[in-house]
Unconditional design. Structure first.
Length: 330
């Protein structure tokens, strides 16, 4: 099944909602976990990118760290530290919060869309802080990934996300002095899309995706082409590379979230606020239906939060509880 570009009755019904509410609520914009939405030229999500599966590749891994804080009395770990990761020639910055001990589970965190690369470090630090606020554990190695976005087609940064994951598994012990046991992934918005993609490439111990997107780039970019929502950088780059959605819908479909709903290797929790944007909610039922029907996926769980929008994970007690259950192995 593929999303249809011509104006269907569903698309017509959504147009009025999209025009009036997209600027404020569009989950395909850059929405940080605290609910603050960046400028309207951001589309949160990722798509087709080249990445190696688990165990593939033998590139050297490196990490150079620079501390951002000093340890407190009593042996408390220092504040967040910045490392530059290099795997198979791919460079990506990560913000690391060490745990109190030297043996720990690791949680990799992925922020939402910010578009400009001079803002991705701030996004990584902010995302680390937001997840720390909802964590019930203080014994995790936290790694917030500052994956690049500027000038990249949607999804091409999955290689940077994969490099960060491989670094945690292969090099974290030497780099930060922590022996990693279980590995979990969590992402918000575009970050949710990235962890969904990674779960089809690597076997980890659990994945949490909050409002992953964009789910259907044919639909989203088609709205822009019809002048119904503001133009975005993301759709503009795709149009330059592939032409309009009417000319080459397959290229847009290949980079849409709905194309990565099979072959999930680890249990995954999807969280969706039902007060999110019409664009997101148009495709959310499709994601849920396809993931439920998946025959080669590990356990799937869905938490729908009736009274919350895009940042539901960070606001809903129900969503926070489900998040904590994944990290505890329940």
């Amino acid at each position: 099944m593929t999303p249809a570009h011509p104006l269907s009755s569903l698309r017509l019904a959504l147009m009025a909602l999209a025009v009036t509410s997209c600027a404020a609520l569009d989950s395909n914009n850059a929405t940080r976990p605290d609910g603050v939405t960046d400028d309207d030229d951001a589309v949160a999500g990722e798509g087709e990118g080249e990445g190696e599966g688990e165990g593939e590749g033998e590139g050297e891994g490196e990490g150079e760290g620079e501390g951002e804080g000093e340890g407190e009395e009593g042996g408390a770990p220092p504040g967040p530290e910045l490392f530059t990761v290099v795997k198979d020639g791919v460079h990506v910055d990560v913000v690391v919060q060490r745990p109190p001990g030297d043996v720990a589970d690791a949680l990799l965190l992925f922020h939402g869309t910010v578009q400009s690369d001079d803002r991705i470090l701030d996004a990584a630090y902010d995302t680390l802080a937001q997840f720390q606020e909802i964590l019930e554990r203080d014994d995790l190695l936290l790694v917030s990934v500052a994956y690049p976005e500027e000038g990249l087609l949607m999804g091409d940064n999955v290689t940077h996300a994969a490099a960060a994951l491989r670094w945690v598994r292969e090099d974290a012990t030497a780099a930060v002095g922590v022996t990693v046991q279980r590995v979990f992934l969590a992402g918000h918005s575009q970050g949710g899309y990235i962890v969904t993609r990674l779960n089809t490439m690597f076997t980890v111990d659990g994945v949490i995706a909050n409002a992953p997107g964009p789910l259907d780039l044919v639909f989203r970019c088609g709205l822009e082409e019809d002048g119904l929502v503001a133009d975005s950088i993301t759709c503009g780059l795709l149009a330059t590379a592939y032409g309009l959605t009417t000319d080459n819908p397959e290229a847009y479909i290949a980079r849409s979230g709905l194309s990565f709903l099979s072959g999930h290797r680890a249990p995954i929790l999807f969280i969706q606020g039902l007060q999110d944007s019409p664009i997101q909610l148009r495709s959310w039922p499709i994601l849920r239906e396809r993931m439920t029907a998946c025959t080669d996926c590990q356990e799937r769980r869905f938490v729908e939060v009736e009274d919350r929008g895009h940042p539901a994970l960070f606001q809903s007690p129900q969503a926070k509880a489900a998040f904590s259950e994944v990290l505890s192995g329940q």
